[in-house]
Design a protein. Sequence first.
Length: 95
Amino acid sequence: MCGPTTLFSLSTSVYFLDILAITLKHTHCPLQVFQYDGRKSASGRHILLEEFKVGHGCRVLLASRGTGGEGLNIQCANVLLRCGPWWKASWDIQA
C-alpha cells in the first residue's frame, strides 16, 4: 500500500483503532497514522486534521464514530474503510 494513498478508517471502538494503529505503524511499509477520537481536545483534533490533509505519502486517519461520524469532511482521503464488530447500513450511507 505504499504510494500516495490516503485512508480514512472509521470504527465505534477506540481500542480497536489503537490495535489497528500499532499494526499499521509496524508493517513492512510503515504508514503515518493519525488518531482522531475523543481522547484529543477539539483544538487537538483540528490540528491533527490539518496535518493529515497536508501530509505526504501513505497516511491513515483512524477516527472513532463518536468524533468522526458526523460533520467531518475528509475529501483528501481516497479510501474509506469501515471496520469493527458492529455495523449499521445507515452509517455506510452517511459515510
